[in-house]
Design a protein around this ligand. Sequence first.
Ligand code: ADP
Length: 358
Amino acid sequence: MSVSHFSPDERDPLALAPADCGRGHSCQFCPHESTCSLDKPAHEKHLIESRLGQIGQILLVMANKGGVGKSTVSANVAAGLAARGYRVGVADADIHGPNQSRFFGFAGQRIRLSQEGLSTQAFHAEGIEHPVKVGSLAFMMETDDTPIVWRDAYKHDFMHHLVGSFDWGPLDYLVVDMPPGTGNELITLADMLEGQDVAALLATTPQEVALMDSLKAVRFCQERSLPLLGAVENMSGVVCPHCSGEFHLFPRAHLAEALAEHDIESLAQIPLSPALASGSDSGRPVVIDAPESPEAKAFAPVIDACVEHARAMFAEAAVASLDTLEQGAGSDFDAAIADLPRDQQDELRGQLADLLRQ
Ligand code: ADP
């Protein structure tokens, strides 16, 4: 066959980078992986790009220290955003302690692999228009108590699968429950999400030892120019069930001082409460199960901050697109009206600007 036999629409059988296979999951999950001759790195890249192209705001919930309530904050922020009508996903990036499966009532569930990708679990609740989609390594393990003993290369790959291989569909928010620490998973994600709308929330307890670790996460955000929306002070105060008096397990003075020093807004103080603990165990985030409770109300300013930030980002992007449109349209327009008298040109330019702004 000569070169002239190839029409532009037909695929060149000798091409080194043929078209994508169209599967929504990584080659590692593919039954044809060993025999496939397509361009695998290009497929992986395409997967991540197409998933990210359908996701609006990404929120990384960071703590650096384990056990301070990062997963609790992630689940309630995600559920709170869903309760306001947004399409939300929760990506559980905590490889060694993937708890989101339990926090949304999916413990024991396993994954399905389809042409579209790895299935997420959909959390439905009354009053939520779009179910919260949960993607977690927990759904891929043999049993819920299988420990993860992985070297960094596997963790790196999993971060790519978490974003690229799960079938997230279009989302307004993807909440990422980050693992503790500022290691491999965080760096991998931060690199992968470069250029996306990403912001961070810091979960911490007022205890000094938690604060010390949290500040490392703050430094990471500063160094990577990642907008930090603020801190969620978890386990901040306890209400006695007998006398209703409030007391503090951890003194707050140091935290308040450190947040002020680093110019970090304290978004909310979430009490240490049995309702939050049992909500996690029963797989019903408290913001959904008891929206009028003090615990649910305590999360409201965090959800407000996420929405405000996403709106501001959207407005900024819209203005930038408008400017580009105006410049592009302006140069074509200038050429078209070049022969008209000066005053008519000015009048038409004004009309075009009004039209574009509308
Ligand atoms: P992390 O993700 O930082 O490891 P988790 O969100 O998993 O922390 O919380 C650790 C444990 O503490 C969980 O069992 C959770 O249910 C519980 N917990 C977290 N925050 C609270 C709270 N404010 N009140 C009661 N229990 C909480």
